[in-house]
Design a protein around this ligand. Structure first.
Ligand code: NAI
Ligand code: ISE
Length: 336
């Protein structure tokens, strides 16, 4: 059976995921598209899936018989209504991060899925599918003893003018927030933010860089530097310090050059290239599970926990150096 997928939001990542489904992955095809900008949906239809139907609204797409499963790639603030719509229709749904822009919104999705009684939602936290993180987790789980500290960095060469201080959490750190819960099999209890001097390349509405310190229930302290005007490249670093040794995330593959009297290794500049393989693997996972009427991978609960933690980090941004406690309800049995 070929899974019929409807894509809501055909901007940058919606187009890229459509390309994946149409040209890279097996077992699914894009049969429907929707975007508030209908021209964008029509352009993706023309370029990648001429047989797909273009719907005026996302809710019409979700209700259509031509759609078995839904991919949500619209702006974050619109995710909640579409995920709730897909759950109400009983259709598996892949939702790009964030699951919702507020913790309350994410909790409404958790409650709806729990009431449905089985998993339908996968959140687009693709780093869990990255070969480097998977290898790192294997070493952390089996070789370096209990983790004590994590030192991490998320650096972008530059960001658009509309990127402001809280986005460093909601848009950027959110990947670390999720991947470290998974890597350490732990939950967070507190957050603290420190701002070094703002770099010259930033602007009045963006304090960049910033350092976020998260503490987990098992006592591990995670320091993550977010620096989105670092200029030199897109660079994701992660080092886990355990009782017996240290394990680091591998660098992406790069040719080492001896050239012009220097030893050189190229550094990527675009996050799309850094995680290109993991996007393929996460969507393949979605297609497999959705074809069986369910979902696997990062869950609504993970999306909710990321939202709760993001809110705490943003509160910590407003009170530099203060320790903000992180609390959440018990995890429903559906997510054990
Ligand atoms: N997992 C990852 O690494 C990444 C995830 N994302 C997430 O994907 C989502 C989309 O990001 P981009 O593609 O970069 O944005 P974008 O702005 O390029 O595309 C978003 C599209 O959604 C459409 N849209 C907005 N409101 C809509 C609505 N109510 N119904 C239907 N369509 C609507 C817009 O017209 C636009 O075409 C965001 O939530 C973002 O955080 C984005 C980049 C990377
Ligand atoms: O989601 C993403 C972007 O929105 C964000 O701005 C980048 O820093 C991330 O690495 C990328 O994966």
């Amino acid at each position: 059976m070929t899974l019929k997928i409807g894509v809501i939001g055909t901007g940058m990542i919606g187009r890229d995921h459509t390309r994946r489904i149409q040209q890279v992955l097996a077992g699914a095809e894009v049969t429907a598209l929707s975007d508030v900008n209908l021209d964008s949906a029509r352009a993706v239809q023309a370029d990648l899936c001429p047989d797909a139907q273009v719907f005026e609204t996302g809710q019409d797409l979700i209700a259509s018989d031509t759609v078995d499963a839904v991919l949500i790639c619209s702006w974050g603030a619109t995710h909640e209504e579409y995920v709730l719509g897909a759950i109400a229709a009983g259709k598996p749904v892949f939702c790009e991060k964030p699951l919702a822009t507020t913790a309350d919104g994410a909790k409404r999705i958790v409650d709806a899925e729990v009431a449905h009684g089985s998993r339908l939602v996968q959140v687009g936290f693709m780093r869990r599918y990255d070969a480097g993180y998977v290898a790192l987790k294997n070493v952390v789980d089996t070789q370096i003893g209990a983790p004590i500290m994590v030192h991490a960095a998320h650096r972008n060469p530059t960001v658009p003018e509309q990127y402001v201080t809280p986005m460093a959490i909601h848009d950027t750190l959110i990947h670390e927030i999720d991947v470290f819960r998974w890597l350490l099999d732990d939950d967070y209890v507190s957050a603290r933010v420190t701002f070094p001097r703002t770099c010259a390349a930033s602007h009045a509405k963006l304090r960049d860089p910033q350092i976020v310190t998260l503490k987990t229930a098992k006592g591990t302290v995670i320091n993550t530097e977010i620096y989105v005007n670092c200029k030199y490249g897109y660079d994701i670093q992660c080092q886990v310090v355990g009782e017996e040794g240290i394990a680091s995330l591998p660098e992406p593959m790069a040719i080492t050059k001896r050239l012009n009297a220097t030893l050189q290794n190229e550094i990527l500049t675009d996050w799309k290239d850094r995680f290109v393989d993991s996007y393929d693997v996460e969507l393949n996972d979605f297609i497999k599970a959705a074809s069986a009427g369910t979902a696997s991978g990062p869950s609504s609960w993970d999306g909710y926990m990321a939202a709760v933690t993001s809110d705490a980090c943003v509160a910590a941004q407003h009170d530099e150096g203060a320790l903000v406690q992180i609390t959440y309800p018990d995890r429903p049995a559906l997510y054990n």
